[in-house]
Design a protein around this ligand. Sequence first.
Ligand SMILES: [Mg+2]
Length: 389
Amino acid sequence: MTRTLPTIVHLDADAFFVSCELALKPELRGTKCAVGGRERGIISSASYEARARGVYTPMPTKLALKVCPDLIMLPHTSGLYSKVSRQMFDICETLTPVVQRNSIDEGYLDLAPCGFKSAAEIERHARAVQQRIWDELQITASFGAAANKLVAAIASKANKPKGFTVVPPGSEAAYLAPLKISVLPGVGKKTEAALGERGVKLVGDVIGRSEAELKSLFGRSWEDVLRMARGEDDREVHTVHEDAKSYSTQETFGVDIGDFAEIERIAKRMIDELMPAIRADGKRTKTMTVKVRYPGMEDSSSGRSLGEATDLEAPFYPLVPLLLKAAWTKRRPLRLVSVRFTSVEEKGSQLEMFAQTDEKKRRLAAVLDKLNDRGKKDVVRHGHQLKAE
Ligand SMILES: [Mg+2]
């Protein structure tokens, strides 16, 4: 679909984890602060004041405190960021039903279904959402609006924080031309340096070269790079529909994680999050899939089924390390992990197959669910909660 209006909006929360903390501790606004681990930890989000003093993510906390000795370190608050993230996207859904939650703090909106007639009208409504996010959540997000996802995403990063950038359809190539080549997805620090040595520093430097030159610069992906440099992209915004046949959750990390034990703990915690919902719906499940994502959006997943469906956490725990080993084959840290349960069936269909011991465990689990609901996660279910960093 060729769009004649900038109906695709990308929003990206500014210094998200820190913003969430500052919403709770407004007295720290304007200070040099960061969220991260204190002992042997890394900075996962830094305030703009701290960034101005040379603190960046990911940076070892030790080093951050050296370059900025009066840096205020804030520990991760378990559960806070995913809650604020949900609220932020819920606000977006008051504008359009087509919202793609891409990660905890960024996503795409397709405003085509809203029937807006001009770029000005689109901007007015999108700015109203940006304002509501601030009014209701006291966090800021930067917005980019364009005719496609690629350009909208680049535009949202152009004027952080509190940015709002519209790229009129037809001017994509001209907009991108003066930007650094590293704004294109997949061009990391190393690639940027290598390209720079060969005279490609800006996106515009890609345009106007011969096919042979482009092939020698970018190899097999030269056509993709050329398309990106022209600002062309035809990916649609995909709403992630609540699929009744599956239950899933995912977490995007502020800092890539390479520690197997930590990823295993996070995946088990996801089982603990999902299974109460499955029980509450009167369902049970048989198949678990673990997906991992490397930086650069490269995914890999692995799934396995139990002999029979269950609505208990424990039978799935032993699968976690097996699935992780199968999916996480590259020796690289991960950006995201997700757990999905499929082969979901109504409870009661195989009730007779349950052993007495399972029945007891299920009753205990039901009690814990109630306590958790009441005490807002005060009850630690199985000890898979994230390390309190
Ligand atoms: Mg962000």
